[in-house]
Design a binder for this molecule. Structure first.
Ligand code: DNO
Length: 364
């Protein structure tokens, strides 16, 4: 297991590499070229720049989140082939710098979304919140406006302006795309991409849908265990993997997260671990990483990953905004650093238990 921390890049993050380096146990940054428009090739020069910045602080750059997928690929339009070729070129370039995992998602139109980005909690901290009732009264345009206006001038991952300007056209195009067709389009993409990823020592790791159910009638295909099984079966390649995101999958209480972690460990090169607290009506808030604070069995997930030989990368996921920190929604320093310590504590306990079990056996 290797602990990592998401970093948005020089000049694009409230957090510095120096700060990240001081969090115990963090070996690398999870990064992306956030300013390269979706569908364009990431050049060697631009990649090298980030790799060198991180290297100067002793941090590796082995995980990229995300190389986003052009909507034409998700829609299966004839123009997809040119974007797939560009994607392959990006993978080759990333491979040259030792990148091992590329996280991506296949969510139509919207990436993750919440109804509130800074919802106040009882202790005065704020957090990302999904209000199940409020969402029913919002139009897609209102969702975008709400996300953009409340992000405190930080760019939001996965909310590329090009895509959002085109909302109406995209919604019209998706009217004819069923979940089965979306999976076919994903399969087409993976069949093209995985051989190139394999040649370049890269594992592709799809991120689950967040929230893990259909919104605004859009198809969603990475919502639960069965969906994950279907997509892993669709293309049998070691480079076809999953980003296990406990917070995204945890948006649906019917998902048995320990079981999902256990079942797919060998296909999970990257894990995002965070907690969410459910309120019983489909609404949830993102709490601290601690088990007691939410509805996600964080320590059980860590145990499942450990016992099944997880050797991928892990990162704390969204945190609350605490101690008056001014930061990108969900991506402050303090609560995520606390998350790192909690996850490492849980992991180290597993190591200890295994050592003790070994000693007991020797004494028998
Ligand atoms: C939000 C993130 C997502 C994630 C993408 C992965 O905070 O979890 O934007 O990076 O869905 O492709």
């Amino acid at each position: 297991m290797q602990m990592t921390f998401r970093w948005y890049g020089e000049g694009n993050d409230s957090i510095t590499l120096k700060q990240i380096r001081q969090i115990p146990g963090v070996k690398g940054v999870v990064w992306a070229l956030h300013d390269v428009p979706v569908g364009e090739v990431w050049t060697v020069e631009r990649i090298e720049e980030v790799v060198n910045q991180a290297k100067a602080y002793g941090l590796n750059t082995e995980v990229v989140e995300s190389v986003n997928i052009h909507e034409d690929i998700k829609l299966g339009l004839p123009s997809r082939d040119q974007y797939i070729e560009a994607y392959k070129e990006t993978l080759r370039n990333l491979g040259k710098f030792g990148v091992k995992v590329v996280c991506y998602n296949f969510m139509p139109v919207f990436d993750w979304f919440r109804t509130d980005l800074f919802k106040e909690m009882e202790d005065g901290s704020t957090a990302l919140y999904f209000d199940a009732k409020k969402v029913l009264s919002l139009t897609p345009e209102e969702v975008v406006k709400n996300m953009e206006e409340n992000s405190k001038d930080f760019t939001l991952p996965g909310w590329e302006p090009e895509r959002l300007k085109d909302l109406k056209r995209l919604f019209d195009l998706y009217k004819n795309v069923s979940e089965a067709e979306l999976l076919e389009n994903l399969t087409y993409f993976l069949k093209e991409i995985c051989p190139v990823a394999e040649e370049n020592g890269i594992k592709m790791a799809i991120h689950p849908d967040d929230p893990p159910f259909s919104i605004f009638g859009l198809p969603r295909i990475v919502k639960n265990k069965q969906d994950i099984q279907n997509l892993l079966n669709a293309v049998d390649s070691p480079s076809n993997g999953l980003t296990f995101c406990s917070g995204s999958l945890g948006g649906n209480l019917n998902n048995d997260l320990v079981d999902i972690a256990k079942t797919f460990t060998s296909r999970i090169p990257f894990a995002h671990i965070r907690n969410v607290k459910h309120f019983g009506d489909g609404s949830f808030i993102e709490t601290s990483h601690r088990v007691e604070d939410g509805s996600v069995p964080i320590t059980g997930i860590i145990q499942a990953l450990y016992e099944n030989g997880f050797d991928g990368y892990i990162r704390p996921d969204h945190g609350r905004h605490i101690w008056d920190e001014v930061c990108r929604p969900g991506y402050g320093l303090y609560d995520r650093a606390l998350g790192v310590m909690y996850l490492l504590g849980a992991w180290d306990t597993q190591v200890l238990l295994k050592e003790q079990a070994g000693k007991t056996l020797q004494n028998v």
